[in-house]
Design a protein around this ligand. Structure first.
Ligand code: GCU
Length: 616
């Protein structure tokens, strides 16, 4: 073989082996509805080692070393030198951020190693997928001392096939979780929320057949009298006979055989007249999709959403979105929310405000939250953390944003409650940002043509009382979100009522943020005194009067349901690292402004009922 050809062969082998390594470490595409699969929960107590110098990953020459903590070594002889051990180390509860579980970790940003032992009765003909609901922010995962993969992004699930790493009997998992903020991340280094680190959502070991139903999507359209259409995907080797799957919705007397193509994908479009999902009647159907006798069950609502001029239509009817913004923070104070109970409480508080809509800011919330919104009848704005000053010129950063968008849409595409995908919040308007966001919108529409696209944008004043909606990005979205803090970040509360809004676009507008800070229980005779409940109520009063005269307005999500932790809010005695713009204190106690908004929503709901509110 001549030297040129030999060099080419070597180059090919290098590239091929690199791709194999990359392929092994990249997370897999998500399976749909993990709760509906046979699985072992790995929630509970995990041993941890706090490792600010990443001593468990790099040796003193700063090279990744072979005896890292992922080996979970045990001293076999007293003469053996091992300078770490998981067995009797401290523990943390998973799911759960480390900041709110241990005061010594409240401000901690760095690496924490997690370790979990578990027994498995490994089945020969099964595959095993290890799924994390989320790890903030970077995760490297090892099973029985071998790396299975890594993931970046703090608010979306990821999975690895660990079949070949598991043994029958005793196994262990080690996770390197690192929540350090870096300039080239999504979000970047500056946010107005607490950087809760760790394995913040549930962990499952999912057992699958070698060939299994991996994914599916069902959407309703009113066309031709009503159609449920979509697709399903079977992964794995298929025998000659097994080229169909069964879709069944018993309550609709619907049973349909779906033919699979050579790639295991099957499309369907079935005439159907389901009761349409809506906030006042959140009807969900039991859907069963089975393949080779293995059934996957889901609860899915059918509805359709569209925009027409300045109106948002749900099931063909104009709707006004009485909403509230929510951070994913525990209703019992601080720390990441993650459970059904957390979701039920937070959404119950929203319902108590007479909301029919929630903005789940500023990142995809946990799966329990969106499933609970389906059950409780709350429409949802779901968002990726393309927040403030992202590195918009970076291709690598764009890829991170797009991956989080894909993971959010893949996970929640069957949730009727979600009507809006938001691709950004308050991003500075310039050429690179517009290009970046236009790409994201294009990607979102490719992934899901059934939902509306939005983003929260800044606005600016045009002289006395004039406010302009003229962000060039607004031309790309279906619904324009605007954040405007009249009476808090500028101007006096009494001037807000007189604001007049001008939009360059004939599109629905959602006031995605307004509000003011108040320490619950703090009052003053002076309504202009900051951080008093009466000042917050005054700001709400005048902003809501402004909204009464805002013709293109079709929704509001005031900032924010409850006080939340923020490293940007240190003011002693009033903030103490809480952002106090909640209508509820961090313990869920109502502030005066809560009642101001509730009264306005009750009035709004009545107007819409009488068909008045959307006429302006
Ligand atoms: C911004 C931002 C929020 C932030 C809020 C505030 O609009 O979108 O994330 O918390 O204002 O200043 O409280």
């Amino acid at each position: 073989m001549n030297s040129k050809l030999f060099a080419r062969v070597i180059l090919f082998l290098c590239i091929f082996s690199m791709s194999q390594v990359m392929a092994k470490t990249e997370a897999l595409s998500l399976i749909q509805n993990p709760d509906g699969r046979k699985h072992i929960s790995l929630n509970g107590s995990w041993n941890i080692i706090v490792d600010p110098y990443e001593n468990g990953f790099y040796n003193h020459r700063y090279q990744e070393h072979e005896a890292g903590y992922f080996k979970n070594q045990k001293q076999k002889d007293p003469s053996e030198l091992i300078e770490y051990v998981f067995d009797n180390s401290r523990t943390l509860h998973v799911p759960g951020d480390w900041n709110s579980q241990d005061d010594k970790l409240f401000f901690y940003e760095g690496t924490v190693w997690y370790e979990k032992d578990f027994k498995l009765a490994k089945q020969k003909e099964k595959r095993y997928r290890l799924r994390f609901g989320a790890v903030n922010y970077k995760a490297i995962v090892y099973v029985n001392g071998e790396k299975v993969g890594e993931h970046e992004g703090g608010f979306t699930p990821f999975e690895f096939d660990v079949t070949d790493k598991l043994v029958d009997g005793d196994n262990f998992i080690v996770v390197k979780a690192d929540n350090r903020r870096e300039r080239d991340q999504i979000p970047t280094v500056n946010t107005d929320w607490w950087n809760y680190g760790g394995i913040t959502r549930p962990v499952k070991l999912i057992e699958l057949d070698n060939t299994y139903l991996s994914d599916y999507s069902l959407q309703y359209s009113p066309k031709n009298g009503g159609v449920i259409s979509g697709w399903l995907k079977v992964d794995g080797k298929r025998g000659v006979g097994d080229n169909t799957a069964e879709l069944q919705i018993a309550e609709l007397k619907l049973r349909h055989t779906v033919a699979l193509d050579k790639n295991g994908k099957g499309q369907f479009s079935i005439k159907a007249a389901p009761q349409l999902w809506k906030p006042t009647a959140p009807k969900l159907y039991d859907v069963e999709i089975s393949y080779q006798g293995v059934a996957v069950n889901d609860r899915i609502g059918f509805r359709y959403v569209e925009v027409r001029g300045e109106d948002i239509l749900l099931n063909g009817e104009p709707i006004f979105l009485r909403g509230i913004s929510i951070h994913e923070e525990s209703p019992r104070g601080q720390g990441r929310a993650w459970s059904k109970d957390d979701a039920r409480t937070l959404l119950g508080w929203s319902k108590a405000l007479n909301c029919n809509f929630v903005r789940l800011a500023h990142y995809p919330h946990n799966e329990a939250m969106v499933k609970m919104a389906d059950e409780m009848g709350l429409l949802v704005w779901s968002e990726i953390p393309v927040y403030w000053t992202i590195l918009f010129k970076s291709e690598a950063v764009y890829a991170k944003a797009e991956k989080q968008l894909e993971e959010m849409i893949s996970r929640d595409k069957n949730r009727a409650s979600i009507i809006l995908w938001s691709v950004a919040n308050e991003t500075p308007s310039h050429k690179a940002r517009l290009k970046f966001l236009k790409r994201l919108v294009k990607k979102a529409r490719t992934l899901d043509s059934s939902r509306l696209i939005t983003a929260a944008m800044d606005t600016h004043s045009t002289g006395a009382n004039g406010k302009a909606i003229d962000d060039p990005f607004a031309s790309q979205v279906d619904v324009i979100g605007i954040n405007s803090y009249c009476g808090w970040y500028g101007d006096k509360p009494a001037n807000c009522a007189g604001y007049r809004w001008e939009s360059e676009y004939e599109k629905p507008v959602i006031m995605s943020e307004f509000g003011a800070g108040a320490l619950q229980g703090n009052f003053s005779d002076n309504d202009l005194e900051r951080f008093t409940e009466n000042n917050q109520a005054l700001v709400y009063k005048h902003n809501l009067s402004m909204l009464d005269n805002f013709g293109a307005l079709r929704g509001v999500t005031p900032w924010i349901l409850k006080d939340f932790r923020s490293p940007r809010r240190p003011l002693p005695g009033l903030q103490d690292f809480w952002n106090r713009k909640g209508l509820l204190s961090e313990q869920g106690i109502k502030k005066q402004a809560w009642h101001v908004l509730k009264i306005w929503y009750d009035k709004k709901a009545l107007e819409v009922q009488k068909g008045q509110a959307l006429k302006k």
